[in-house]
Design a protein around this ligand. Structure first.
Ligand code: MEV
Length: 412
């Protein structure tokens, strides 16, 4: 089908109440003044304005510290998904999400997996990778130089990282590849960031190492930044569920298992379906990432880039029938931290980590990938049997009814 482009903004007659979005020194104003500007621009009602100023979880000071130009906070529901049995341990999984049926689906998926003995999960060391782009000026035996200097460069890159090294982390590897079309040499520096997500650590190391590399190789320095395709820092989980668990009115369990495998195959061969399938997986992953104060954009970027690693966009989880069982597996990059950033500052993130029993970063990644697998299973089971709308619409209808009731009570 042909697509047509036009601008909805240009075509909209709505008067622009801002005048100009240039607000010099907006960031210097106290938060309450910024909030008042927002109130006027948006013509906010008192209720909307009060909602912006609801600092139940996070103080006004923290809000102002986390981001620039803050005018308030934005709440989302935090719930607990039940039934998770991971490596023989039970978990209630905190999830922050606005979509109805996500927690119900995660809990249902985990219940099905539980019937087969639960999830088996593993993770790699927390190895993050930074990229340094060297724009080569001359022909240079960079391979020989870098091989000879590798150990020294690693030592140099580790200077200033004493605390990380004390915790068993630090720079642990260096490799490189040429982008022949550009004549750019890309140096990858691998860093064990332990319990930190590690973006700041890696970026600091890249910037330091770049200066040393320039002394060895005639080049201009380009970018020095981590990659979110952190494929050395992954978590995986698997499960095996007896087919009889899937028995339902329309199908017997084995038929459901076969239909789930067919649904997986559809995604494996069709990127349009794979995108929706993976959205369903991220329905399980993102809410836990958010609840624990982690960077879900980084996780999303890594997951989708990893889904493309073969050159084709593929499902992140894999399902197949083996005898009278359904086997499932997921494997994806997960850069999660439990120290630094928002994780230790946001009181609700701290609470979420406590509810999970204070996992270290690797254990958290294992839990998160199980949430993704559970969510995928629940979606594929529903899609392969009664369809997604039945359960979804039931919960949606319940929410709407509740909403009407609240409005009614407010209006009385
Ligand atoms: C909806 O948020 C997610 C699903 O579309 C996922 C899927 O189709 O696998 C139900």
């Amino acid at each position: 089908m042909d697509i047509r482009w036009s601008s909805a903004i240009a075509a909209t007659a709505t008067p622009n109440t801002i005048g100009s979005s240039r607000l010099p020194k907006f960031y210097n104003l106290p938060l309450h003044e910024r909030a008042n500007i927002a109130k006027n621009i948006g013509k906010l009602t008192t209720a909307e304005f009060n909602s912006l100023n609801n600092y139940q979880g996070m103080s006004r000071e923290l809000t102002d510290t986390f981001i620039e130009n803050a005018i308030g906070t934005f709440s989302l529901p935090l719930g607990l998904a039940s039934n998770f049995l991971i490596n023989t341990k039970d978990y209630l999984v905190p999830m922050v999400v606005e979509e109805s049926s996500v927690l119900a689906a995660a809990s249902h998926g985990a219940k099905l997996v539980r019937a087969g003995g639960g999830f088996q999960a593993q993770s790699t060391e927390a190895i993050m990778t930074g990229q340094i782009q060297l724009l080569l000026k001359d022909v240079c035996p960079y391979d020989t130089i870098l091989k000879e200097q590798r150990a020294d460069l690693i030592n140099y890159a580790n200077v200033g990282q004493d605390r990380l090294i004390m915790r068993g982390g630090g720079v642990c590897g260096l490799d490189w590849h040429l982008l022949p079309a550009l004549n750019h040499l890309i140096v990858h520096v691998h860093v064990n960031t332990c319990d930190a997500m590690g973006a700041n650590i890696v970026n600091t190391i890249c910037e330091r190492l770049a200066r040393r590399l320039q002394m060895l190789i005639p080049c201009d320095i380009g970018l020095q930044i981590l990659t979110n395709l952190n494929d050395q820092r992954r978590a995986k989980a698997s499960c095996e569920i007896p087919a009889k668990v899937f028995d339902c009115t329309r199908f017997d369990g084995l038929e459901v298992v076969e239909r789930i495998e067919q649904a997986y195959q559809f995604a494996a061969h069709d990127p349009y379906r794979a995108a929706t399938n993976n959205k369903g997986i991220m329905n399980g992953i993102d809410p836990v990432v958010i609840a624990t104060g982690n960077d879900w954009r980084a996780v999303e970027a890594g997951a989708h880039a990893y889904a493309c690693r073969s050159g084709h966009y593929k499902p992140l989880a894999y399902w197949r029938r083996v005898g009278n069982y359904l086997q499932g597996e997921i494997d994806l990059p997960l850069a999660l931290g439990i120290v630094g950033g928002v994780t230790k500052l946001h009181p609700n993130a701290t609470a979420a980590l406590k509810i999970l029993g204070q996992p270290n970063a690797r254990a958290l990644a294992e839990i998160v990938c199980c949430a993704g697998l559970a969510q995928n299973l629940a979606a594929l089971r529903a899609l392969s049997t009664e369809g997604i709308q039945k359960g979804h619409m039931h919960l949606h209808a319940k929410n709407l009814q509740q909403q009407r009731q609240t409005l009614y009570l407010e209006q009385r």
